[in-house]
Design a protein around this ligand. Structure first.
Ligand code: SF4
Length: 446
């Protein structure tokens, strides 16, 4: 029988149920962890050896305060160990109640939840969220609320039609020269607006992520020389053990016609401790490799994330960011400009700003499309061009990414094209052979 790929690297055998899912019943709760750690002074165990200096991470004040409040027995070495972070993810109502003052709406929504896209938050990422404010931006992205159960017109479980474009299980072949390789259904945290909410956190569903599935996807890529670019995603591929990543990247690199491998991950943001020296060595073996990191808000730009980005950038891995535009969370220039500036300082190029996909139950996250254009208009010309991502709508039904830009063409006057700049001034560009702007000019004349 195939071994299931995905949750396994993060879960020790004792904390998992027989189907491979994390089992709430057997995993240590924060208080259990705390209870098991607090012992009379004369019985305290010898402190855990501090990891080698190269594996230490900065520990920000917020994280330290959260650790002492919610995981009082945890050592710094444990906190900085990504496997400890993964084992102690906040996954149940009891865990949440220890970390946050839940609103009645959150409590009810968490209690109702069944199936894929479970609650899952690393202790580190939870430490960035406000204990007493249900409207805290990061908290809203990870703790369910009742609106998640409302369905509105145009929403779908698979709005991008990925399942219809599957060339092999877990392999989406939509664009002629590139494929999306869904390597795992596991994430270290689960975003409530996830485009793949239908499948993440629930291995054994439509996507099983077995070795034979990988083999079928690899066989397909091998048989299609027109494919030059593979994006490994999931779930989150950086949640997989180093050996599994090494295997998959090695198999892909052995395919002669592949020019380019990319990965998409939120791990450097929600589990920065995962970016270990050994992971870096593993990734470096497979350069050129590009990484798109899922950022949401400037509150994520902590010293821990800086360290993770530095390690990746120092390894020669080009870093880009992907940000989903989310209502009342990051839908303003005042929030996104500091995020994009902070990313550039960490050598991450803001790459995509996504209109939120119409997944089922996402109406409370979605902004009108013009909000994204308004933000791009508020950035372009007002800051470095490198700090301005492309704003895209991923067309429902499998149309792919469609970039949208504010309209800077305002008309035509004879041989001159009329353009507006970031300050709203109108400028002429000599364009005697062109027709751009003529329709606008005609409309105005009529
Ligand atoms: S990390 Fe990515 S794949 Fe995982 S839940 Fe969030 S958006 Fe979805």
């Amino acid at each position: 029988m195939d071994s299931v790929i995905g949750a396994e690297p993060l879960e020790p055998p004792s904390s998992r149920s027989s189907n491979g899912h994390a089992s709430n019943g057997s995993a240590a709760t924060p208080s259990q962890t705390a209870r098991s750690r607090v012992a009379p002074a004369n019985q305290r165990p010898i402190p855990v050896k501090t990891p080698p200096r190269s594996e230490t991470f900065p520990l920000s004040k917020a994280a330290l305060a959260f650790r002492d409040r919610v995981f009082p027995g945890a050592t710094t070495a444990e906190w900085n160990d990504w496997r400890w972070q993964a084992r102690n993810r906040i996954r149940s109502i009891e865990h949440l109640e220890r970390a946050f003052d839940l609103s009645a709406d959150e409590r009810e929504a968490v209690s109702r939840h069944k199936g894929s896209l479970p609650v899952g938050i690393t202790p580190y990422y939870a430490s960035l969220m406000a204990q007493g404010d249900a409207m805290d931006p990061l908290r809203r992205t990870h703790i369910p609320v009742g609106q998640e159960y409302l369905r509105t017109p145009g929403e779908a479980d698979d709005p991008l039609g990925e399942d219809g474009d599957a060339a092999a299980p877990g392999l989406v072949h939509r664009y002629p020269d590139r494929v999306l390789f869904l390597a795992t259904g596991f994430c270290s945290t689960y975003c409530r607006y996830c485009t793949r909410s239908r499948m993440v956190g629930e291995p054994g569903g439509e996507y099983t992520f077995s070795h034979s599935q990988w083999d079928k996807a690899l066989d397909y890529i091998e048989a299609h020389p027109e494919i030059r670019d593979v994006l490994i995603s999931g779930g989150d591929p950086l949640t997989m053990a180093d050996e599994k990543l090494d295997y998959l990247l090695g198999r892909l690199h052995a395919i002669k016609h592949l020019e380019f491998i990319r990965m998409g991950s939120k791990v450097p943001v929600v589990l920065p401790q995962r970016i270990t020296r050994n992971l870096i060595r593993t990734l470096k073996r497979h350069n050129p490799l590009w990484l798109s990191i899922h950022f949401t808000h400037p509150a994520e730009l902590t010293p821990e994330v800086t360290e993770a980005c530095n390690r990746l950038a120092d390894a020669g891995i080009p870093l880009g960011s992907q940000t989903v535009l989310l209502k009342d969370i990051n839908d303003s220039v005042d929030v996104l400009k500091p995020l994009f500036h902070g990313l550039l300082m960490r050598r991450v190029r803001p790459y995509y700003l996504y209109q939120c996909d119409p997944i089922s139950g996402s109406a409370h996250f979605r902004t009108p499309v013009e909000k994204g254009l308004e933000i791009i208009r508020g950035l372009r010309g007002h800051t470095s061009g490198y700090a301005v991502p492309s704003f895209v709508v991923d067309a429902p039904g499998g149309g792919g990414k469609i970039p949208l830009l504010p309209d800077y063409v305002v008309g035509r006057d004879g041989d001159d094209l009329l353009l507006t700049n970031y300050e709203g001034g109108t400028y002429r560009y000599p364009d005697p052979d062109g027709t751009l702007g003529a329709v606008l000019a005609k409309g105005r004349a009529a």
